[in-house]
Design a protein around this ligand. Sequence first.
Ligand SMILES: O=c1[nH]c(=O)c2ncn([C@@H]3O[C@H](COP(=O)(O)OP(=O)(O)OP(=O)(O)O)[C@@H](O)[C@H]3O)c2[nH]1
Ligand SMILES: [Mg+2]
Length: 202
Amino acid sequence: MRKFTGDKLILASHNAGKLREISELLAPFGITISSAAEHGLEEPDETEDTFAGNARLKAHFAAQATGLPALSDDSGITVEALDGAPGVYTADWAETPNGRDFPMAMEKVWTLLEAKRALLPRNAAFHCTLCLAWPDGHDEVFEGRVDGQVVWPMRGQNGFGFDPVFLPNGEVETFGEMDPARKHRMSHRTDAFTKLVQGCFG
Ligand SMILES: O=c1[nH]c(=O)c2ncn([C@@H]3O[C@H](COP(=O)(O)OP(=O)(O)OP(=O)(O)O)[C@@H](O)[C@H]3O)c2[nH]1
Ligand SMILES: [Mg+2]
């Protein structure tokens, strides 16, 4: 396992919610971070069919383009009764000609579950794969998850993406209702980040 010894890191994501959460997680490490957009990088096509595949593709793209180590995040929600959909295609389910529409995507998930008369609880998990890639082509990959259920109607204005319909196991508030600090205590992103810190920052 390669250690991160530098002091500069590119966050290879164009998602404002992820950038906020990852910046908060990295804050204690005194690393100067900058986003892919600040380096004028485009979003590479996410052509792989696994979280790890797309995470590696995004991190290597940014590391090659900038000559600096880059950290990417590929994530999504898997719903058991939908055979794991939307999964790697979570962001795609929200795409419209005018940009992403997450309320529409959440409604699509719920409508499919209703049509299937899926049993309650409607088990789901959020997944996050982080990839730290270096300009010489080396990388390290870490996977995190949090289990819960999809609930309806949407609840809460915090977080992003599918947070308003995700109720983690043992909680009474959805990720959308939760204080961000509480989401950090249990999230898929924190789970992967903890493994990244143990592996590369220890
Ligand atoms: O409710 C949520 N709470 C979360 O904590 C969370 N983490 C990820 N997601 C959603 O999963 C998809 C990832 O797609 P994704 O990995 O391709 O990311 P993205 O395209 O938004 O940004 P980038 O990092 O690729 O630039 C996107 O739809 C995100 O909104 C979340 N939704
Ligand atoms: Mg993406």
